[in-house]
Design a binder for this molecule. Structure first.
Ligand SMILES: Cc1ncc(C[n+]2csc(CCOP(=O)(O)OP(=O)(O)O)c2C)c(N)n1
Ligand SMILES: [Mg+2]
Length: 908
């Protein structure tokens, strides 16, 4: 029997046998164990494992409380030495390449901080992950070849640890893809020669980065949903099925983010064997150890294995193999098992002597084991994540594994090779940006870099000659894998957006029938799904709210995506609108996960670049649980140049009645306004929705613009009018006059969403009861009006000698005067966005404050946004302007039922 297998057997006997105190017949126990050992030895591990399972099952069926299986394996490598495959590359050249990349990654940050102290950058993360990356770059990450000559190999997707970016740049620099100036300007993006972005940002480097990752937790969740979306595209026949992979490099500290682990069961449930997580377990996060008093690797192993993942641990480098072989009694493993991560960190932060004394010195057998090893030999015992052969074997296994996602838990050292001033293995590693001269020189010696002492002290970038074996090898490897990586392509197949006639049903109005804008939207979506050009590209995404939004008819129409099809007959199979799941279903019914749904939206909204296929996602959610809950994912979506429609349904703090404080949304439009590429709309009528969606489809999928839309959808039913002639431009730009009063208007009433109807009712009350004529305007987007005004204003400011231009809002209101009363179901700050261009005319009525459970009527009275409040505000303002009798205005407050002494709803 091989040494390690033998040892494994001894250890398992020692560790997992019941304790002797409860052993009433040790003799019998020994016989049983011996018999089992024999099977393991003479038959096969599979057979031995099978017998154990059979015994356990027998015990369970006899009613015994058998302890649950442990999800942990011993603290050693999952892949046994004897099962390892030889390394397919030239280890020595790869090591030299890696050393150069390490050096330049470090030098780029150190240089930059010399020039510009405080500009930041990270050196310790890449130092720990370099081998894990380089094995991938040299042997696994494929770039897609889409040209006619090279075939159609699809590329792999790699989510990099964001703060390891210097290493990725350093490699691209060596490949000649980035210039010296770019590298020298790392984090100086606004210079004459712009440099490189701090982290992976497709917005800033659209030909390079694909996936924004640096905010902890984004990569994990997005990678899972990307892998799932790849299968969705395959199963729907939109792309061919291939063996391409999604790799995600994650930090061990990062795994504490709820988003990191929150959806790991989805990956196993969906059997995503196209997904590989590599967790860089350097045992440290920013402030200190990830689990000083425990073992992060064991904790992650149990969690992932319990969740159904294939787990591969890469803990120890090959230098340890002979020690394990010698360790007949299992003392080495025992010592490894008993040390907590805080101790492992100390072993590296101190010196070989300390390691010898504290780790090996604890047991005489261990001390003896390393007695004839020098301090240097001991120090060179590497962790698994720094050993290319161990890493390669783990990747190869993961690559070939079928039926499950794989997580590789690789043990590394934070700041590996950076020495004391670079914080190697120390708590301050993450923040370290400078190395003292001594450590710079030691670095070049340790990694055998042909850099003079002088250049080393200056942290000069180093590039070997183009004809050096390193550079030749580097290019050859990438050529074999399809090209350089990372690279972001945008080989999109633009679509022709449907014309406005397509939406004739919405343009014509509902002929008196009362329908909500949500229902109107569902009709739009239903029709789009049937369209020959765009229908197949639509991706409806819903987090368990389809029935709330009246979308259940889509279940039957296009089916719910289920990778396994429908393995049961649904109880409602005999009904027309039954719950239909199918392998090529179109709807992504995500269950209750807004963050997961947002990741599906991201995968679909960036498919034009990642898969070369324009997909059109509509993610429909409870508006309150959108931006406020998953804002960081939306921000990353924008960074990734995502396109699509976010639809905030059950919108409005008073329109969604009865649900109370947690559900009634009065601020998503404020949050959406903060995302630069997001166009926010708050439509009132079906035809406005149609015009906005039509224009959005044109801009995104026909004209190739990297923007996306946030549209609020309400659940209040009312008659949907026909579109007034020529309203399109105003709808898109943000405002148009809906209904003029019958005489010269004294005031103007702005309304959005269902509050537009309140404005219309106020117009009538003002005319009939107070003889005040007003015009009513529909404002579909205060945010777009503001952005337009800001653009124009900036241009005017920068061109003082040119004739002044007018913002759209100013032009729209040309020749009007008198106060403007804006009523919105959102916060007052939403209309206030355009106040600077309204010369003090604006009075905003909105829903500042916590929501309440009650009916719409009471809610609108409470927040002072109903027709009566609009009338009161108009008269009050006219009275202050000397255009209406103030006593009559005060009387009107009473007649209109205003609660003049009540507490401000913003504080209630
Ligand atoms: C959401 C979020 N919170 C905090 C940070 C700041 N931050 C950047 S890196 C880091 C520590 C990362 O530790 P780990 O994940 O273990 O990665 P390592 O650098 O050790 O490989 C922190 C806290 C962030 N980028 N994102
Ligand atoms: Mg870490």
């Amino acid at each position: 029997m091989q040494a390690k297998a033998q040892l494994e057997q001894q250890i398992s006997a020692q560790q997992f046998a019941p304790s002797h105190s409860s052993d009433s017949d040790p003799q019998e126990t020994a016989e049983w164990l011996e018999a089992w050992d024999q099977i393991l030895d003479e038959e096969s591990p599979q057979r031995a494992a099978y017998l154990l399972t059979a015994l356990t099952e027998r015990a369970r069926s006899a009613g015994l409380a058998v302890p649950p299986p442990s999800f942990n394996t011993p603290y050693w490598n999952t892949i046994r030495v004897e099962d390892e495959l030889p390394y397919p590359g030239n280890l020595e050249i790869e090591r030299r390449i890696k050393s150069i990349i390490r050096w330049n990654a470090m030098a780029m940050v150190v240089q930059q901080n010399k020039k510009d102290p405080g500009i930041g950058g990270h050196i310790a993360t890449y130092a720990s992950v370099a081998t894990l990356m380089e094995v991938g770059f040299n042997h696994f990450f494929r770039t897609s070849i889409q040209d006619q000559t090279g075939g159609d190999q699809p590329g792999d997707f790699v989510y990099f640890q964001g703060h390891a970016s210097p290493g990725i740049y350093s490699r691209a620099f060596l490949e000649g893809r980035l210039t010296r100036t770019q590298v020298e300007n790392f984090r100086h993006e606004l210079r004459e020669d712009p440099g490189l972005s701090s982290y992976p940002h497709p917005w800033l480097m659209p030909d390079f980065w694909r996936f924004p990752t640096v905010s902890m937790g984004l990569a994990s969740l997005n990678a899972i949903y990307q892998a799932r979306f790849m299968r969705y595209m395959e199963n729907r026949g939109l792309i061919p099925a291939t063996d391409r992979k999604v790799w995600a490099y994650l930090g061990d500290g990062e795994m504490d983010e709820p988003e990191s682990m929150g959806s790991i069961t989805l990956a196993s449930r969906e059997k995503l064997d196209n997904l590989i997580f590599v967790i860089n377990c350097n045992l440290q996060r920013l402030d200190g150890p990830v689990r000083g008093n425990g073992k992060i690797i064991q904790e992650l192993e149990a969690a992932f294995r319990g969740a159904g993942w294939n787990v591969i641990k890469v803990l120890w480098g090959r230098g340890w193999d002979p020690l394990f072989a010698k360790d007949r009694a299992g003392v080495l493993l025992k010592r490894m098992e008993e040390c907590v991560d805080g101790e492992y960190q100390s072993f590296r932060a101190k010196e070989a002597k300390f390691l010898r004394e504290k780790f090996f010195g604890k047991y005489p057998e261990l001390a003896a084991m390393v007695a004839d090893m020098s301090d240097e030999d001991i120090w060179n015992l590497r962790r698994g994540g720094h050993d290319s052969i161990k890493v390669y074997n783990a990747y190869k296994r993961a690559f070939e594994h079928k039926g499950q996602p794989t997580v590789i838990l690789a043990k590394t050292i934070k700041g590996y090779g950076l020495g004391p001033s670079g914080g190697e293995g120390r708590n301050l590693a993450h923040q370290s940006k400078k190395l003292d001269e001594n450590d710079l020189v030691t670095f070049t010696q340790r990694f055998n870099l042909p850099i003079s002492e002088e250049d080393a002290k200056d942290a000069k970038l180093y590039i070997p000659p183009q004809n050096s074996p390193e550079v030749i090898y580097l290019h050859e490897r990438r050529k074999a894998l399809g090209g350089y990586y990372p690279v972001r392509e945008t080989a999109s197949d633009l679509l022709e957006a449907p014309k406005l006639e397509f939406f004739k049903e919405q343009i014509a109005g509902s002929e008196g029938r009362e329908v909500s804008t949500t229902m109107a939207f569902v009709r739009v979506l239903t029709n789009l799904l049937k369209d020959k050009t765009v229908g197949k590209r639509i991706v409806p995404i819903i987090p368990d709210e389809a029935r709330t939004f009246g979308m259940e008819s889509l279940f039957r129409q296009v089916g719910i995506y289920a990778s396994q099809g429908q393995l049961y007959e649904p109880h409602d199979a005999d009904m027309f609108l039954y719950y239909k799941e199918s392998k090529d279903g179109q709807i992504l019914e995500e269950g209750i996960t807004e963050a997961g749904s947002m990741c599906s939206f991201t995968a679909a909204g960036t498919a034009y670049s990642n898969y070369g296929v324009e997909m059109i996602p509509f993610y429909i959610f409870y508006s309150m649980f959108g931006f406020q809950r998953i804002g960081d994912f939306v921000w990353a979506f924008a960074d990734a140049r995502g396109r699509g429609f976010l639809c905030g349904a059950t919108a409005g703090r008073t329109t969604l009645n009865g649900e109370g404080l947690q559900h009634q949304d009065g601020h998503s439009l404020v949050l959406s306004s903060t995302v630069p590429t997001c166009l926010s709309y708050d439509p009132a009528f079906a035809y406005e929705i149609a015009v906005i969606i039509q224009d959005g489809m044109r801009r995104m999928y026909q004209d190739d613009e990297d923007v996306f839309y946030y549209i609020t959808l309400y659940n209040e039913n009312y008659a949907q009018p026909q579109m007034p002639e020529g309203a399109e431009e105003g709808i898109i730009r943000g405002i148009y006059k809906l209904k003029a009063g019958s005489g010269k208007p004294k005031a103007h009433l702005f309304g959005s969403g269902p509050m537009l109807n309140e404005a219309l009712r106020a117009q009538q009350i003002l005319a009939e009861q107070y003889k005040v004529q007003t015009d009513v305007w529909s404002v579909t987007s205060y945010n777009e009006l503001r952005r337009d005004a800001l653009r124009v204003e900036r241009w005017n400011r920068l061109h003082p000698a040119q004739p002044e231009q007018q913002p759209y809002i100013v032009r729209a209101l040309e020749k009007t005067d008198g106060p403007i009363i804006a009523s919105t179901d959102y916060m007052k700050i939403v209309p206030d966005q355009i106040a600077p261009w309204l010369n003090g005319r604006l009075v905003s009525l909105g829903t500042d404050g916590f929501g309440r459970s009650d009916s719409r009527q009471h809610l609108r009275r409470h927040f002072e946004i109903n027709a009566e409040s609009i009338v009161a505000a108009t008269l009050s303002r006219l009275a202050r302007d000397g255009k209406f009798n103030e006593k009559k205005a005060a009387q009107a407050m009473i007649d209109l039922g205003m609660q003049v002494e009540a507490i401000d709803p913003a504080l209630a």
